[in-house]
Design a protein around this ligand. Structure first.
Ligand code: ADP
Ligand code: MG
Length: 613
């Protein structure tokens, strides 16, 4: 449904996986997504940023060395701080050596040597490096990108990611959920429909997502995970073992030597990574002339990491439950994240989901590859016009006359938010009913009821004077939060609903089709309902005005004109011609003009203002 017009230019749009541990950039080479290498020949750019003493910014592998040499000027895992305030990140500060600048409040600032940077600025350094790598490889300027974010990222975190792009000189055409990108990389959007589980075990985070696909639309049914679980935990376990060995062999406690621990970390990571392909590996480490050596077999390794792998299973089960599906209903399983190369992880996933997971693509590249596919779609390189992460049906509330006022339209990308102001229909009204419905039809009765609640104790005012703000927010999991607020008193009431719960694809399809089949009749019914609401309002206001002194003071012919207009309106009121009713309303409006002016009656004047609940 969307179409982005790039005019004549066909500039390459790149896809970027901005990861906690590693980041990478990919592009569409004809119809195939490809990862772009850096100057060092590495596809992955470690998400590490360092401020060299000469003021230069160093990113990626060279910065990794700085982690050892100048930890006070180097930062990693900064994605954990994106779009978050100091209150949100206390857990992270306990676990990671972030040096947060003093006075950080709304926005966290990271101290690197003598300078301070916000998380989006740090991320922008990584993005600039990726942009540079892409420009070198493609021999052209790159200014547009699709960037991926975890499915659970909230509005602020997504905004921070967009800001990072802007700071790096990249126009972010789209943020795509990481699991959606992974599914795209495997071309799962080509399926007509299905349920896909995406299991992502990276360096420091574990995410499980269940997506539902219908006609090229991905919907995130549920997400779960553990923001402190990943390959780092395995590294720490191996480091611990090595440190104990060294303690007993050398009689030395190396754990207090930051530099030694970092070097050891590299040694155990190398051993761990080769254990994914070989039956045994060597942990080798030299320090101050002494050497340490130990062989680890796959069997021992598996036993050591069983606890870590098992910690991913609970969130998987919770996610399946929250998605409202059974294991048998999951058609495809996709593995993402470097740590899913570990054979024990693969077999655990296979056992839990009772299906062979997709493993053809490099698990640490699949998100970037999927981002490139999305970039290709947006830039028109790929024909396919598919929609991603959208709400398949409109969401709205009931307004006067049983008419629906749509607040979020179908095919809006999620997360989405929208708000609208409404007013009251009765003088002195104290409660308003918020009736939330889903569907494409014009009248409430033809839509699917989702939820209803009362906003109570609003300020009693003449009809049309109150301002009730209704805000809809669908998060990345597709959960809809509806909030109604009396603008005068600030009183509010809210409710969460899961709009797609229990709806089959066939039902969604049928609802959409019904709206097309009934479009003309619905349009007419809506016009009629709306015009009658307006008629009710002016009739009630006129009736009230006729009790007043101002009315008695009117010249006889004006009173007769009002009575005539009222009668004519009443005669046509139940007819089917909305235009006729509208013209009678206008006549009555004209006939009561002087009266209204004389009375300065807010009810008459205000009666036609705003959509009434
Ligand atoms: P993130 O999404 O968190 O940025 P990645 O998906 O790049 O991270 O995963 C990084 C993790 O994957 C690191 O802990 C790394 O050691 C691990 N990893 C990479 N290759 C292998 C391998 N062959 N075997 C086991 N773990 C691996
Ligand atoms: Mg990742």
């Amino acid at each position: 449904m969307f179409q982005i017009d790039f005019g004549e230019s066909s500039e390459t749009v790149v896809g970027i996986d901005l990861g906690t541990t590693n980041s990478l950039v990919a592009y569409m080479d004809a119809a195939t997504p490809r990862v772009i290498r850096g100057e060092d020949g590495d596809n992955l750019v470690p998400s590490i940023v360092s401020l060299a003493p000469n003021g230069e910014i160093v990113v990626g592998n060279p910065a990794r060395q700085m982690l050892i040499d100048r930890p006070d000027r180097t930062v990693y895992s900064a994605k954990r701080l994106m779009g978050r305030g100091i209150g949100d990140v206390q857990d992270e500060l306990k676990l990671f050596p972030f040096r947060v600048a003093e006075g950080s409040e709304q926005v966290v600032r990271i101290q690197l040597g003598e300078k301070q940077f916000t998380p989006p600025e740090i991320a922008a350094f990584v993005l600039r490096q990726l942009k540079k790598n892409a420009e070198a490889a493609l021999e052209t300027q790159v200014t547009k990108a699709v960037i991926t974010v975890p499915a659970y990222f909230n509005d602020a975190q997504r905004q921070a990611t967009k800001d990072a792009g802007r700071i790096a000189g990249l126009e972010v055409l789209r943020l795509v959920n990481e699991p959606t990108a992974a599914a795209l990389a495997y071309g799962l959007d080509k399926r007509k429909k299905g349920t896909v589980a995406v299991y992502d075990l990276g360096g420091g985070t574990f995410d499980i997502s269940i997506l539902k696909l219908h006609d090229g639309i991905f919907e995130v049914l549920a997400t779960n995970g553990d923001t402190h679980l990943g390959g780092d935990d395995i590294d720490n376990l191996l480091i611990h073992i090595a440190l104990e060995d060294i303690q007993s062999e050398w009689g030395e406690d190396l754990s207090i030597h930051g530099e030694a621990v970092q070097t050891l970390r590299r040694a155990v990571i190398a051993a761990k990574e080769s254990l994914s392909f070989l039956p045994s590996a060597q942990m080798e480490f030299a320090f101050h002339g002494k050497t340490y050596h130990r062989e680890i077999t796959r069997e021992l390794f598996d036993r050591l990491i069983t606890g870590i792998v098992d910690r991913t299973l609970g969130p998987c089960r919770d996610c399946i439950r929250d998605a409202g599906v059974s294991v048998e209903q999951i058609d495809e399983v996709v593995l993402v994240g470097g740590s899913t190369r570990i054979p024990l992880v693969r077999s655990a996933v296979e056992k839990l989901f009772r299906a062979k997971p997709h493993t053809d693509l490099n698990p640490d590249e699949v998100v970037a590859l999927g981002a490139a596919v999305q970039a290709g779609i947006l830039s028109g390189t790929l024909e396919d016009n598919l929609l991603l992460d959208v709400t398949p049906l409109s969401l709205g509330i009931e307004t006067m006359g049983g008419v629906v006022s749509k607040i979020i339209h179908r095919n809006s990308t999620i997360p989405a938010s929208a708000s609208e102001s409404f007013t009251t229909s009765v003088d002195g009204q104290r409660n308003v009913l918020i009736n939330v419905v889903q569907g494409e039809r014009e009248l409430v009765k033809d839509n699917r009821p989702l939820a209803r609640f009362d906003l109570k104790d609003i300020d009693p005012l003449p009809a049309g004077m109150a301002r009730i703000e209704v805000r809809f927010l669908i998060d990345a999991n597709g959960i809809l939060n509806v909030t109604a607020r009396d603008a005068r008193t600030g009183k509010e009431q809210s409710m969460d609903v899961r709009p797609m719960y229990g709806l089959t694809d066939e039902q969604v399809e049928a609802m959409y089709k019904a709206s097309i089949d009934n479009a003309e009749a619905d349009f007419h019914a809506r016009q009629l309902a709306e015009v009658r609401v307006d008629a009710d309002a002016i009739l009630a206001a006129t009736e009230k005005a006729r009790q007043s002194d101002a009315y008695t003071d009117l010249p006889e012919e004006e009173r007769q004109a009002i009575a005539k207009a009222v009668n004519e309106l009443l005669l046509l009121y139940h007819g089917q011609d909305h235009l006729q009713i509208r013209s009678k309303i206008e006549e009555l409006n004209a006939a009561t003009m002087t009266l209204a002016e004389n009375m300065m009656n807010a009810a008459v004047k205000g009666a036609l203002k705003g959509t009434k609940l």
